[in-house]
Design a protein around this ligand. Structure first.
Ligand SMILES: Nc1ncnc2c1ncn2[C@@H]1O[C@H](COP(=O)(O)OP(=O)(O)OP(=O)(O)O)[C@@H](O)[C@H]1O
Length: 234
């Protein structure tokens, strides 16, 4: 899939707050940002600052309390529900189905969509993430890093325009984290997918082209190398 920089997710003056025990908790407000297909973004900040909540808004899984999130496809404004078929997710806990082997974990999303050649495509992506010798292994027979590579193959198998990842290396040791990050970035690049990830890892965040940093209740977009030095990671 080629990159089309006119495919964007637009956040316009977005705010998110929750009411708990009759108190309003304001996570962020007035956040405007454009996420461009093919580019990479890291969301950083202290625990509880709103990183995962922001990821949920950007992917359309939750609605903001204020403002609008829209999907622009070649400058046509589309409802965010049109984005559903165009995104893939990767989670810290992998979320593989324990009773299925690697091949079927990756093939399942395609089969559920009635797509032909599901197993061939799943095999291609598992080979791409270095697991050609692990097709018949079930999740509990794989290491954490291998399970996350299956999850990456599953997210990319239907060529999404954006990948959303919540702490994709959070459960891995340093060596596996680097391998998984290498694979994640190269697969997104090869596939022309935008990558938006929440991370506490300074090393991982520094690899993204853009950093969205939560600090003192504000969320600031840092675009340039010299700006990235200002970030304090939690
Ligand atoms: N649906 C909800 N209802 C009420 N409060 C919520 C809801 N979702 C999130 N929160 C609260 O919003 C705050 C931010 O949560 P969020 O998970 O976005 O933070 P985070 O920065 O991703 O944290 P961490 O790094 O610890 O994962 C937390 O205090 C959380 O309890």
């Amino acid at each position: 899939m080629s990159i089309n920089p006119n495919n964007r997710i637009e956040l316009d003056k977005v705010g998110q707050s929750f009411t708990s025990n009759e108190h309003e908790v304001l996570l962020f407000q007035d956040l405007s940002i454009s996420l461009v297909q093919g580019e990479s973004y890291a969301i950083t900040g202290p625990s509880g600052s709103g990183k995962s909540s922001l990821l949920m808004l950007m992917s359309g899984l939750e609605l903001p309390s204020k403002g609008q999130v829209t999907y622009l496809q070649n400058t046509h404004k589309l409802p965010l529900s049109d984005l559903r078929g165009e995104i893939g997710f990767i989670f810290q806990q992998f979320h593989l189905l324990p009773e299925l082997d690697a091949l079927n974990n990756v093939a399942l999303p395609l089969k559920l969509r009635g797509q032909k050649g599901a197993e061939e495509k799943a095999k291609y992506w598992l080979t791409r993430v270095g697991l050609a010798q692990r097709l018949k292994h079930k999740p509990q027979q794989l290491s954490g890093g291998e399970q996350q590579r299956v999850a990456i193959a599953r997210a990319l198998v239907f060529e999404p325009k954006f990948i959303f990842a919540d702490e994709p290396t959070g459960n891995l040791d340093t060596k596996s984290a680097k391998e998984v990050a290498d694979i994640l970035f190269s697969c997104c690049l090869e596939n022309g997918a935008g990558l938006v990830m929440v991370t506490h890892s300074e090393t991982l965040a520094a690899r993204a082209q853009h950093i969205l940093a939560f600090k003192n209740g504000q969320c600031e977009l840092l675009e340039h190398e010299h700006d990235k030095g200002k970030v304090h990671y939690a």
